[in-house]
Design a protein around this ligand. Structure first.
Ligand SMILES: *Cc1c(COP(=O)(O)O)cnc(C)c1O
Length: 403
């Protein structure tokens, strides 16, 4: 009883692909920019404004250093959704003359897919590059399908659902051979794998603060060669901030926090990824041993260190979650027009709808403790066992969702 109570009160956060907590060092650095240094960084007439601008310059520098870019190649946005929209829509609108084809992978984030799809009405063709069973983009398909009419190829660095890491530099080579531009959504990459925009040879690269222990509402777009000469049409018009590419008063606390988060991402990466990988591996080993009929999705080797996408045969993922309320994990399902749809990423790697409905996404991160892993293993063993038992007795697992 006592044990059950403790387990019920305990909350274990394992949804690091959806968002990460702000690192306390990030919060500490941000605080003065709310109450003391609150001026508009564009107000260059007074020192208050110039101090805020100096803080923005430091943040920009830190972001640049973290990905091997110059600071003038960084444009701040409200997050990776905006960065991806600016990259895809902004590039298409500014280069709409002869090349009319946009290529995305089947497992891009919805914001890339939706931005690309929206261009169809503007006369663009959208090609969707397939991925293999591990979630790796088919390079042969890409070589066969892109050419003179390809304007932009947008492929992520790492997937937010199954964690698969793409061979970004190889893709860039294929894309540049046909004279197209290459955009990479690296929202899941910052702090999890090293990013070097020169090694990767990307033209545009998107980042998000809150996926890397920074604040929400801040992101960045790297633009090769700098924002000033960018081949992009802005989405937001107004005061002309960010070299005219992104009007709107700069989010100074967000930029300061994002800068510190980017510093931490680089400095902590080697030790942190080892620690996280060991915990993730232990979680998987124990669940696979305890629960036959469990399989791991994604590429077992080229996978984000904290990612675990697990399919539990015969157990509905929503029902598992309902039976393990102490755990913050996710299904990756999306609710579109009232109907629950299983993850399109899982379907793209060949899972059936049923298998996709039986899949949980677990994300281990910086503040996960070995204790949390034990708690998650216990909770999932119990919940999966319960749901499977209930389905055998005709419950189908779905009734558990309501309970
Ligand atoms: C979270 C995420 C986004 C969206 O980022 P926001 O900053 O939340 O807008 C885009 N792409 C990937 C791969 C993500 O994981």
């Amino acid at each position: 009883m006592k044990r059950a109570r403790a387990a019920a009160d305990r909350r274990v956060y394992l949804d690091y692909h959806a968002s990460t907590p702000c690192d306390p060092l990030v919060v500490e650095a941000m605080l003065p920019y709310f109450v003391e240094h609150y001026a508009n960084p564009s107000s260059s007439q007074h020192r208050h404004g110039r101090d805020a601008a100096a803080a923005v310059a430091i943040g920009r520098e830190k972001l640049g250093v973290a990905i091997g870019a110059a600071s003038q190649e960084i444009v701040f946005t409200s997050g990776a959704t905006e960065s991806n929209n600016l990259a895809v829509l902004g590039f298409a609108r500014a280069n709409a003359s002869e090349r009319r084809e946009i290529v995305v992978s089947a497992i891009e984030h919805k914001c890339v897919l939706a931005a690309a799809e929206s261009l169809r009405t503007a006369g663009f063709e959208v090609l969707v590059a397939p991925v293999d069973a591990r979630g790796v983009v088919d390079l042969g398909w890409l070589i066969d399908h892109i050419g003179d009419s390809t304007a932009l190829v947008s492929i992520q660095a790492a997937n937010n659902d199954i964690g698969t890491i793409q061979a970004v530099a190889e893709i860039a080579q294929v894309v540049h051979r046909v004279g197209a531009a290459f955009h990479c959504d690296a929202a899941q990459a910052l702090g999890r794998i090293p990013i070097d925009v020169r090694d990767w040879d990307v033209d545009l690269l998107s980042l998000s603060g809150h996926k890397a222990y920074g604040p929400k509402g801040i992101g960045a777009l790297y633009i090769r060669g700098g924002a000033r000469s960018a081949p992009l049409a802005p989405l937001l018009l107004g005061g002309g901030q960010e070299s005219g590419l992104r009007s709107g008063t700069l989010n100074v606390p967000g930029i300061v926090g994002f800068g510190v988060a980017a510093d931490l991402a680089t400095n902590r990466l080697p030790q942190e990824t080892d620690r996280i990988r060991r915990m993730r591996d232990r979680l998987e080993e124990r669940l696979l041993a305890a629960l036959p009929g469990t399989s791991v999705n994604g590429d077992r080797d080229k996978r984000l260190c904290g990612n675990s996408s697990l399919t539990f045969e015969g157990a509905d993922a929503e029902a598992i979650i309902a039976n393990a309320p102490e755990l913050a994990v996710s299904t990756g399902s999306a609710c579109s027009s009232g109907a629950i749809e299983p993850s399109y990423v899982l379907q793209a790697i060949g899972l059936t709808r049923q298998q996709a409905f039986q899949t949980l996404r677990i994300g281990v991160g910086r503040f996960t403790m070995p204790d949390d892993i034990e708690c998650a293993v216990d909770g999932l063993k119990r919940a999966v066992g319960h749901v499977r038992g209930a389905s055998k007795h005709g419950g189908g697992g779905v009734a558990e969702r309501v309970a």
